[in-house]
Design a protein. Structure first.
Length: 648
């Protein structure tokens, strides 16, 4: 709140400096709601060409909203300001305004501003490289736009989803989304939006190697952008042309257009565009062996992306600087940047990996203490029983016999529990030791070989060894992450937070995360669920269990097959199943799937590897959710995994 008040106070002074006499005279005699509408329109119109001016108009609008109490335009003002801050690279401020717009829309039940808020939050998560979260927000927003038949908003969502698919190199999906978006924008006569669609179509064709189509779309985007004074569009088109020329090995032409793009982005303070162009120029100069210039631009890209919080570009900067360091034979620098790259990649994509590995050890200690406490409780119960029966033995001899029997049973139960504890501990640590030994040993052996024979090896041999080290390290990391998640369930660190969820929407969101993997294996995933059904469930637990089922189904499916995700809600009971038609399992394997002290990690049909912990985590999560997992499978016919729970 303090931040907001300070912003409003400063906006008064800023507005006094930027508001021209014409604007001041235009708004001063108008009603407050008319003043607000005029100012937020000015904010939107100047968002790319003059973002600082746009911010001042937006803040002035918020000031009038505060003292007039006209809250109906508050969410729109916050959304517009968030977009402007996003353009200048201030992602923290952008998120602040987007989040406020979202919360106001929820409170006021304004579906239209809610949809735009979701779309803007999707853009924020995209720039932070959190693509699955971004797609989830964009899809939610699109559904609302579709319900309201708001075609402009639908076009925005489709375009932003296409940009994520483009980043993930799923070009067919990207092309489909951009074409649908451009069609809507053309119908709406939205020149600016249509220019952006032409740009993205150009970028997609460039990635597909269809350079003539790419340049045609990019040239059309330049013409339209110049016509409407859309400088950001001109800059983006020049960047795209630079990429095409680079792939055609026309390096001088590529440099020329990349510098033009950077110049425009700096003029309009398009910080994201600046960083993209700095990274690209660094690589271009690296290509021409102008190492000084290459480092200048790559270092600037690293600095700017770190300062603005554009993590996707910071990731690219670390990768590019690694290549630069290799080019100058500074392997210490290369190692340093590669390490930064891996750490940032882990921060972005490995959410659970941020927890300290020490938590794993703590979890086992806590588990052991809990079992020891149970043994102590049994012992106290036994002592109490013994005391009571000793009193009775003086009256009745038979009491002594009863006491003996009870003592024997209690001791047997305690010894059995202690034996189970030790056996479970031994087996579990045996699994850990076995699973960690091979990849860690591989890392050690490969690193030693690389160290000792480095100068005698060819570049291809070195790369092969480095790839092996990277692969083994990733196996260790994934195993530790799975063990950590399992251990946290054992010590009760994961609770249940049930919320109302649309059943089909959450399944589509989960399946979307595996689209690329399924597509690469040519596996079709079909969803059978009523779009009107709402359920109460913990979102994280549901995503973990069903996601694991789908991942395993893809892993053990044959190429050119299908997977069926079926969900029903009947008699207040939810049942979600994932069925594949792959290699299947025998009865013995099915019975061993969820045993902690039994390790199963079978290679997939394309030799995919796993940690063997996924289904054990699912079992723990299902029990936390008061639900049940069941399995039906036959060799060479496929498997069906089901998760059922009460809908309350």
């Amino acid at each position: 709140m303090k931040f907001f008040i300070l912003s409003l106070v400063s906006s008064v002074l800023l507005f006094a400096q930027i508001a021209t006499p014409d604007i001041y005279l235009t708004i001063k005699d108008k009603k407050p709601d008319e003043q607000i509408k005029l100012l937020i329109n000015l904010c939107w119109e100047n968002r790319s060409s003059n973002p600082r001016l746009a911010i001042k108009y937006g803040k002035k609008a918020l000031e009038i909203i505060e003292y007039s109490g006209i809250d109906s335009l508050k969410s729109e003002s916050f959304n517009f300001l968030g977009v402007v801050y996003g353009n200048i690279g201030d992602l923290d401020s952008a998120y602040y305004f987007y989040k406020n717009a979202y919360e106001i829309s929820i409170h006021s039940k304004n579906k239209l501003t809610l949809a735009y808020s979701l779309n803007n939050l999707g853009d924020y998560y995209t720039k932070n490289a959190l693509y699955s979260t971004a797609l989830e927000k964009l899809f939610e927003g699109y559904k609302i736009f579709e319900e309201l038949n708001e075609k402009r908003g639908m076009a925005y969502s489709l375009n932003d989803m296409g940009e994520i698919y483009l980043t993930q190199k799923d070009f067919d999906k990207a092309l489909d989304h951009f074409e649908r978006s451009s069609k809507l924008r053309y119908e709406l006569k939205d020149d600016r939006g249509y220019a952006k669609s032409l740009l993205n179509l150009g970028f997609t064709y460039e990635n597909l190697g269809q350079f003539d189509k790419a340049l045609d779309n990019l040239n059309r985007a330049v013409e339209l952008s110049k016509k409407i004074s859309y400088k950001k569009g001109i800059s983006a088109a020049y960047s795209g042309m630079s990429d095409v020329f680079f792939k055609q090995d026309r390096i001088e032409k590529s440099l020329e257009f990349r510098h033009l793009a950077l110049s425009i982005d700096r003029q309009i303070e398009n910080r994201y565009g600046e960083i993209v162009n700095e990274n690209a120029l660094g690589l271009l100069y690296l290509k021409t062996n102008n190492l000084a210039k290459a480092f200048e631009y790559l270092h600037q890209a690293e600095k700017d992306s770190r300062n603005t919080g554009h993590l996707d570009q910071l990731l690219d900067s670390y990768h590019n600087l690694t290549n630069y360091a290799v080019a100058i034979n500074d392997f210490k620098m290369a190692y340093s940047y590669q390490k930064k790259y891996e750490e940032l990649k882990e921060k972005i994509f490995g959410q659970e990996s941020k927890n300290k590995i020490a938590d794993l050890q703590t979890a086992f200690v806590v588990e052991r203490k809990e079992k020891e406490a149970e043994l102590l409780k049994l012992d106290l119960e036994y002592q109490k029983a013994t005391r009571n029966y000793l009193i009775l033995i003086s009256i009745l001899i038979l009491g002594g016999v009863v006491l003996y029997v009870m003592k024997y049973k209690t001791e047997k139960k305690a010894n059995h529990l202690l034996s189970e504890l030790n056996e479970s501990k031994d087996n579990f640590f045996s699994i850990i030791a076995h699973d960690l030994k091979n990849p860690i040993g591989a890392v050690s052996n490969l690193a030693e070989l690389l160290k000792s024979d480095y100068d005698l090896m060819h570049e291809a041999e070195r790369k092969e060894l480095i790839d092996g080290i990277s692969s083994a390290s990733m196996n260790v990391q994934q195993l530790l992450m799975d063990l950590l998640t399992w251990a946290r369930t054992q010590k009760g660190a994961i609770g249940v937070n049930k919320v109302t969820i649309n059943l089909k929407n959450i399944l589509e969101s989960i399946v979307a995360s595996y689209d690329l993997v399924a597509k690469n294996k040519r596996v079709e995933i079909l969803i059978n669920a009523d779009p009107a059904v709402e359920i109460k469930a913990d979102k994280l637990i549901l995503q973990t269990i069903i996601g694991n089922f789908i991942n395993n189904a893809i892993k053990f499916s044959f190429t050119n097959s299908k997977i069926i995700v079926d969900a029903v809600c009947s008699d207040n009971r939810v049942n979600i199943s994932v069925e594949d038609f792959g290699i299947g399992m025998d009865e013995k394997t099915v019975n061993s799937l969820f045993k902690v002290d039994y390790k199963i990690s079978t290679l997939g049909t394309n030799n995919e590897r796993g940690t063997g912990m996924g289904l054990k985590i699912c079992k723990e999560f299902a029990e936390i959710h008061k639900g049940k997992i069941s399995v039906r499978s036959q060799p060479e016919k496929g498997s069906k995994f089901s998760f059922s729970f009460d809908n309350n």
